[in-house]
Ligand binder design. Structure first.
Ligand code: G6P
Length: 608
């Protein structure tokens, strides 16, 4: 969702900004633009649609010379996607250009004030008020003006600002939207995330809320709202460049699917020492865990689906009631939470606005918050009491795969850790789980080897209009993710249902040839699933079953099957999601969809 890149240095800014924006494409956008200072004035070029259109307009950067600039990919919130509403936005005198990620909640009030002072507006955006405010308050000092403007803004923002009076200065400000500073040699950057600058520098400062940074080519000063200079930590990022390149794969999504054995292994091994689950720097004391009345899981999208699986796992192993809430619902429903509740937030990006707000709400009510997060130092990590980092590495495709799998692995680890502390698990069961966890990556590898078989199935079904996913217990929770994967990248309508619930209405949609994907891995519920499959079969459905090698008899009720390795029931989620990801990927491929950047979607959803 909205990507920002800014540059100040001695190289040509435009190609660097375009290449940074390219790396941020995954966030989702519908228009793009740059503002470059050419030694004389600010030049603005914008385009609706793909970044390539902007790049063509700029002749890949050759058309616009200058050593200071800002660029933006916009995911429309206020005003339709158009060149007029695309960022950067400029002030009435043309002195200031601004790029913004977030939402200014009091922009109408600010706009009225500026209109009353004779300042006219040209766009429908909330962002334009920021550019106009800069001009309105400008006193010759960019930092002072920035602090004054910041005091007026309500809502969320990551901002990059340049001024034609200050050819060597780039100003950045942040609240509730991500922004990093990349420290280079005789050059400095701002960006929405590390991927945009990683080929130029690995030294990063993360701006915190209500901080303002003034960058020149040789210096970066970060200030609080009272203009006190802050001493900020510089982190060195060890991601390699290959992790943000496709490395020969046609799509990031396929590359990330294929990386799963490694990242699941990395995540699991980082937390197991001598056969014990071991969490460094986490303080969940035995007494605290034992007196928990409830666990509440908050998350969005696929991370929420991981939460749905976690509910089954925690309740089975820990025997503590678990509520899973979509974060955007949790935050406004007056949740019943106190200090006897552990809130677990799950997020890949660590920047999802609703999850962040849910964390703040839970903390306000006295709950301890533990987060499972992929991005180190992200806003969600910073806002939580305890953090468990997944080791998925950077995920670029909008549709998550490897981050989901590592979140799931972390859920198993956390369940074992807590069960052990609560004395809820005997030694042999514990060892059995730990052993099985260590085997999971190689079982995932085995499934990946069968991807051509899954590709053939996708070829058969890519033109279908409706798909239903059914399952019971954890299989149902996984089917939520299988259904989401399919619809988000292939635009095929799909729904996930608890297998026993379908007959209470939705089965009326099953007709001759409707594809039903049946997940039948829960060994104790296998017979029940067979009955549910028969129910849809007898109404004309074509059934694709996903089950484990033990259940060859699935042939009797299915038209097609995908077999996955056997594992402990609660861990089957990690295996059965893999064919669902591959199936969705190839269906989208055969349909010719934009797999890594599906329409209307953003990877990092930093607005509510
Ligand atoms: C977006 C992404 C999903 C992701 C969700 C939550 O919708 O496309 O893949 O699951 O946001 O994001 P988070 O970064 O909090 O996991």
């Amino acid at each position: 969702m909205c990507g920002i890149v800014g540059y100040v240095g001695y190289d040509q800014a435009t190609p660097l900004i375009l290449s940074g924006l390219k790396k941020l494409e995954y966030r989702g956008y519908d228009s793009a633009g740059v503002a470059i200072y050419d030694g004389n004035k600010l030049n603005l070029v914008k385009a609706k649609g793909r970044l390539q259109i902007l790049s063509d307009k700029l002749d890949a950067g050759a058309q616009l010379k200058g050593h200071l600039g800002i660029g933006h990919t916009r995911w429309a919130t206020h005003g339709e996607p158009s060149e007029r509403n695309a960022h950067p936005h400029v002030s009435y005198s043309g002195k200031f250009a601004v790029v913004h990620n977030g939402i200014i909640e009091n922009y109408i009030k600010l706009k009225e004030k500026l209109l009353n002072n004779g300042i006219n507006f040209y766009s429908e955006t909330d962002t334009e008020v920021i550019a106009q405010l800069f001009d309105y308050y400008y006193n010759g000092d960019l930092l002072d003006t920035g602090l004054k403007v910041m005091a007026e803004l309500e809502g969320s923002y990551a901002l990059g600002i340049i001024c034609d009076d200050k050819p060597g200065e780039l100003l950045a400000m942040k609240k509730d939207s991500p922004l990093i500073i990349g420290l280079g040699k005789n050059e400095n950057f701002i960006a929405s995330d590390i991927t945009a600058v990683i080929n130029r520098t690995r030294d990063i400062i993360r701006l915190d809320d209500n901080e303002v940074a003034l960058l020149t080519s040789s210096n970066v000063g970060v200030y609080d709202k009272d203009k006190r200079l802050l001493s900020k930590q510089v982190s060195c990022i060890d991601w390699d460049i290959a992790s943000v390149e496709k490395s020969g794969y046609e799509h990031f999504m396929l590359k990330e699917i294929m990386e799963q054995p490694k990242v699941i292994r990395d995540t699991i091994k980082s937390k197991i020492e001598n056969g014990e689950v071991f969490f460094e720097n986490i303080s969940l004391e035995k007494e605290y865990i034992k007196r928990l009345s409830k666990i509440c899981i908050v998350a969005c999208g696929s991370a929420y689906h991981v939460g749905c699986i976690a509910k089954y796992i925690f309740e089975k192993i820990l025997r503590i009631p678990v509520e899973v809430e979509v974060a955007s619902e949790f935050r406004y429903k007056e949740p019943i939470i106190d200090d006897s509740v552990l809130t677990i937030a799950i997020s890949q990006s660590g920047e999802t606005a609703d999850t962040l707000a849910a964390i703040r709400e839970a903390k306000k009510l006295g709950s301890k918050v533990l987060s499972i997060v992929n991005v180190i130092g992200s806003s969600i990590a910073a806002a939580s009491d305890e953090v468990l980092y997944t080791l998925a590495g950077p995920e670029v495709a909008v549709a998550t795969t490897k981050a989901y799998s590592t979140q799931l692995a972390m859920v198993y680890l956390l369940a074992l850790y807590m069960a052990n502390k609560m004395d809820k698990i005997d030694r042999s069961e514990y060892n059995n789980y730990v052993n099985e966890l260590l085997y999971l990556p190689s079982k995932v590898e085995d499934i990946l080897k069968c991807r051509d078989e899954i590709k053939s199935l996708a070829r058969k079904f890519y033109s279908c209009k409706n798909v239903f996913f059914i399952g019971r217990n954890i299989d149902y929770a996984v089917s939520l993710e299988g259904s989401l994967k399919l619809k988000e990248i292939s635009y095929i309508h799909s729904e996930a249902y608890p297998a026993g619930e379908l007959k209470h209405g939705t089965i009326s949609l099953i007709e001759e040839g409707t594809l039903v994907v049946a997940l039948a891995n829960n060994n104790s519920l296998f017979e029940k699933m067979i009955s549910n499959i028969k129910e849809v079969k007898s109404r004309g459905a074509t059934v694709l079953s996903i089950t484990n090698e033990k259940h060859q008899e699935i042939d009797e009720v299915s038209d097609y099957k995908i077999l996955i390795p056997d594992t402990i029931d609660i861990m089957s989620a990690s295996l059965e999601v893999i064919p669902l990801q591959i199936f969705a990927y190839y269906i989208a491929l055969f349909k010719g969809c934009d797999i890594d950047k599906p329409r209307n979607l953003a990877k990092s959803v930093t607005v509510e």
